[in-house]
Design a protein around this ligand. Structure first.
Ligand code: HEC
Ligand code: HEC
Length: 173
């Protein structure tokens, strides 16, 4: 027996609405009450946090989370701040030490070495980064709102708070 189209539509609509409402309510309740703090807390816990790092290394670009580069890379970076990608980012010795200790304590474990055998200074040149971003269309990288892959916040709207999850992606249209 063939079901009349209207029954199917009715069933479909009913199910859809019911599920949608239930899910929607559940989700928004969860988001409103439980999620934001716990998700943020999780992100911060896994990435670590340090006020000096956030302020000083977040002054010109987002403060790139320590786990995105290994300790050897951070040592190189912190050892050459007065020649930092064409700019002077040097810190007072005490601050530099605090930041270096923080970065190496929470550093990543994936090796990041250039063809010359030296530690990579750019996390955007790591195999990991390329792999995560291999589906980003070339035209987006060239978009005037992106300019360079290091401009994480052009696509990851919560990059400032260290949240790079897919959920918080918003690509420039
Ligand atoms: C005075 C401005 C300034 C400050 C302060 C600064 N940076 Fe940078 N940083 C730059 C510039 C400019 C670039 C290169 C941007 C580009 O062309 O991609 C850069 C790039 C980087 C990159 C490479 C990004 C990539 O492409 O993967 C890392 C890592 C980095 N900075 C870490 C740090 C750390 C750690 C600190 C704090 C100790 C810091 N920066 C402070 C200006 C600054
Ligand atoms: C042009 C837009 C764009 C820029 C700029 C960008 N990303 Fe992404 N990022 C993406 C897209 C798209 C994905 C992949 C989503 C997928 O297919 O899983 C992604 C994925 C990621 C992931 C994996 C997320 C997950 O939950 O699996 C991380 C971590 C990440 N990016 C970090 C960064 C960092 C750090 C920077 C800056 C140094 C950056 N991204 C710059 C678009 C961008």
């Amino acid at each position: 027996m063939r079901r009349p189209l209207s029954t199917c539509l009715g069933l479909g609509l009913g199910l859809g609405l019911g599920l949608g409402l239930g899910l929607g309510l559940g989700l928004s309740l969860c988001l409103a009450i439980l999620c934001p703090q716990s998700v943020q807390a999780d992100a911060l816990r896994s990435a670590g946090h340090n006020a000096t790092w956030q302020k000083e290394c977040g002054a010109c670009h987002v403060a790139y989370p320590p786990h995105l580069l290994p300790a050897a890379s951070w040592r190189e970076t912190m050892g050459s701040l007065e020649r930092h990608f064409g700019t002077d980012a040097s810190l007072e010795p005490a601050q530099a030490k605090e930041v270096l200790d923080f970065l190496t304590a929470y550093a990543g474990r994936r090796p990041a070495v250039g063809k010359d055998g030296k530690p990579l200074l750019r996390l955007t040149e790591t195999a990991w980064f390329r792999h995560e971003h291999d589906e980003v269309p070339a035209r987006l990288w060239k978009d005037s709102r992106v300019k360079h892959p290091s401009n994480c916040a052009a696509c990851h709207r919560d990059a400032e708070s260290g949240d790079f999850s897919e959920r918080r992606l918003r690509l420039p249209k």
